[in-house]
Design a protein around this ligand. Structure first.
Ligand code: AMP
Ligand code: MG
Length: 418
């Protein structure tokens, strides 16, 4: 294995670049799903990953019932010329106990169980009631406005499978089975730190040639959104002993460790030496922009380590493309893939064959209903406002050179509520 990997070691072969897809596959093949689970009350399980298959103990809905307010009737022999006789009523939560005969109707509310003998609902709006006599106007579709027992989830069927992420809709579904608790995988603990003598913590004066630490905050935010517990190790000075101490400490308490900075050609040396002491790490040059340098491997106790580039946009892009799939696998999620949607480029967009480009984009629906996308403007990997202005990444694969206005392109929208 090391022979295959070493051909991507820039020291061994500085020309070789690793394609994005292959990088993701290599990373995924080296990380394992955790097995520890815990039982949580439903509201606390939001955004966690389900650790069991949920088989429904009941039909949902339990009874065949009405989807509308109106009158329950039997469709056979129904004739708008002949008024029906109203024999009773059924409210949500309480049934009509008799058996409906031909020529009869039962007043019924939404959600009330369908009386025996009835199979169809006449909605209130097409009916006219005088005393207990009911006339109506057609047409009538047999079975209309009826919700069948078990039409949402049949008793004994698989309601949700292990590995599902629990969004609000999954919590609602589990609640509809009557459960108050659910088994989920425990949270991942992820340690993060920044590197670089020029990187300054907030609250410190910004001395000349320095820059405030951005990356720990974007990383923290993305990790929180993924449902991870974050261990913030702060800013580690550019020195081999400091790096070794930080990495050993991190490996001891976290499921994964993420750093930013220090992995590009210019400053790889001391980090490389530190990493050699504490694990088996490979330095990759990935055929992408932004985010070409990436260190990946395992620390001494097989804790995955991601050495992301230093530039703030590169950190966010490499996290979303490489770290996110790995962490989702570790959390127990099934085959996770980013959402990709096809859009039309509103302008020419820079790219190069042999490299995957991730421009920051703004998508919108035009007057013709067509999804259009343009870039946010300046695309430097240090321009973090390109991320704050964006609602998607524009992904131009390594098989494509620059894009012309009007060309189709894939975008990865930034996720929202559901
Ligand atoms: P490096 O890969 O360490 O050479 O960093 C590349 C660029 O990213 C340099 O301009 C750094 O100053 C910048 N950088 C590195 N770490 C951070 C950070 N935590 N916050 C903001 N900028 C950073
Ligand atoms: Mg640096």
């Amino acid at each position: 294995m090391s022979e295959v990997l070493s051909c991507f070691d820039p020291a061994a072969n500085p020309q070789r670049m690793l394609p994005v897809d292959e990088s993701i596959q290599r990373i995924l093949s080296q990380v394992m799903a955790i097995t520890d689970t815990e039982r949580l009350a439903l509201p606390a399980a939001l955004d966690r990953v389900l650790a069991e298959d949920l088989i429904s103990p009941i039909n949902v809905p339990q009874q065949t019932n009405s989807a509308m307010d109106g009158y329950a009737v039997c469709a056979a022999g129904l004739n708008p010329q002949q008024p029906l006789h109203i024999v009773g009523s059924a409210y949500a939560g309480s049934a009509f106990n008799g058996i409906l005969q031909a020529g009869e109707a039962v007043e019924i509310m939404t959600g009330a169980p369908l009386p025996q003998g009835a199979d169809t609902i006449l909605i209130k709006e097409v009916c006219q009631r005088e005393g207990n006599s009911l006339s109506f106007t057609g047409p009538v579709q047999p079975g209309q406005h009826v919700r069948q027992a078990g039409e949402d989830i049949a008793a004994g069927s698989l309601a949700l499978s292990q590995g599902s992420r629990l969004r609000p809709q999954e919590l609602g579904l589990i609640a509809s089975l009557g459960h108050t608790e659910v088994a989920v995988y425990r949270r991942l603990r992820v340690a993060i730190f920044s590197t670089g003598d020029e990187v300054v913590a907030q609250g410190q004066p910004l001395t000349e040639n320095c820059i405030y630490d951005t990356n720990r905050f974007t990383l923290q935010g993305m990790l929180q959104r993924l449902g991870c517990e974050v261990i913030d190790l702060g800013i580690i000075e550019d020195s081999q002993p400091a790096m070794e101490t930080a990495l050993s400490a991190a490996a001891g308490q976290a499921d994964a460790v993420i750093s930013s900075g220090g992995v590009s050609m210019g400053n790889a040396d001391y980090i490389k030496s530190a990493l050699e002491q504490v694990g088996e790490i490979n330095f990759w040059r990935i055929a992408m922009r932004p985010g070409r340098p990436l260190a990946f491997g395992q620390l001494l106790n097989r804790t995955p380590f991601f050495g992301l580039p230093g530039n703030p946009v590169a950190v966010m892009v490499t996290f979303s493309q490489f770290v996110q799939p790995a962490l989702r696998k570790m959390m127990g999620s099934g085959d996770w893939q980013p959402v990709r949607v096809s859009a039309v480029a509103e302008e020419a967009i820079r790219s190069r064959a042999g490299r995957t480009d991730y421009s920051r984009g703004i998508y919108r629906i035009d007057e013709q209903g067509q999804l259009q996308v343009r870039t946010t403007g300046s695309q430097g990997s240090g321009i973090l406002t390109s991320m704050t202005a964006a609602n998607c990444l524009i992904e131009i694969g390594d098989d494509k050179a620059a894009l012309e206005a009007g060309d189709r392109v894939l975008i990865q929208p930034f996720p929202d509520l559901l």
